[in-house]
Design a protein around this ligand. Structure first.
Ligand code: ATP
Ligand code: NCN
Length: 208
């Protein structure tokens, strides 16, 4: 199933969990569930990136493989894996959001990120415009939560921080709101999974 079937989305509250999903893991599922509950989302899209502009191409599995991995943690009903960015021809979040707004005119979008990406946000293309126009839900992550809350983005956006239940339900025009989503920190990471896989295959090559 893809979000294409929601072409008629009517003021649906849609969370966008953009990511590389190289591969998808339990941390993503945890983030999706907690964000859905706290932000009162109707659905959340695991939006598999054709290529994060800030990540190296080397070591990045092909998109179909990453999409298949995201599908395995989705439920196809309210948690939906999608390659919609590849189909829209966008990879920068600012461009993706503009294209999604044109295509799903009545939907309300929230962008969901882990605390590590809140730290990195000031390096994204047009990050202030992104934060001004889309609600942001930030998930705690081991080693990153405090840094995110003390970082530049949180500082610049301090006046726009709200409680999670309101960020999408209320209107905060002319500037969107953001929140820290209450959730336990989940240690899963794609880097750790790739590292463990590499160690296993090195061990297998060496033999007993
Ligand atoms: N365990 C986690 N806790 C909180 N947020 C997470 C967690 N895992 C992933 N995320 C968030 O989900 C989004 C997609 O993450 P991504 O697919 O890059 O996984 P990752 O584990 O961070 O990958 P990598 O280690 O390769 O950078 C990002 O916003 C990331 O911050
Ligand atoms: O738009 C940007 O400049 C930008 C820079 C870095 C990351 N992003 C987005 O951030 C999301 C998380 O990416 P990742 O690789 O950390 O999972 C994903 O949707 C990326 O497209 C976006």
């Amino acid at each position: 199933m893809t979000p294409g079937r929601f072409g008629d989305a009517r003021r649906r509250r849609i969370g966008l969990l953009g990511g590389s999903f190289n591969p998808a893991h339990e941390g993503h599922r945890h983030v999706a569930r907690r964000a859905m509950q706290a932000l009162r989302l109707d659905e959340i899209w695991l939006m598999v990136s054709p290529g994060n502009p800030l990540k190296p191409v080397q070591g990045m599995a092909p998109l179909p493989e990453r999409l298949a991995s995201a599908r395995r943690i989705a439920d196809g009903r309210r948690i939906i894996a999608t390659d919609i960015e590849a189909r829209l021809g966008t990879r920068y979040t600012a461009d993706t959001l503009a294209a999604l707004r044109r295509r799903f005119r009545r939907a309300r979008f929230a962008f969901v990120i882990g605390a590590d990406n809140m730290v990195q946000l000031p390096r994204w293309k047009q990050w202030r415009a992104i934060a001004r126009t889309v609600a942001l839900g930030v998930l705690p992550r081991p080693g990153w939560t405090r840094r995110a809350l003390a970082g530049r983005a949180a500082h610049v956006l301090a006046h726009h921080r709200r409680v999670p239940g309101g960020v999408l339900t209320e209107s905060f025009a002319p500037h969107a709101a953001w929140c820290l989503v209450p959730a336990r920190e989940h240690a899963a990471s794609a880097t750790a999974i790739r590292r463990a896989q590499a160690e296993r295959s090195t061990g297998e090559r060496r033999g007993p």
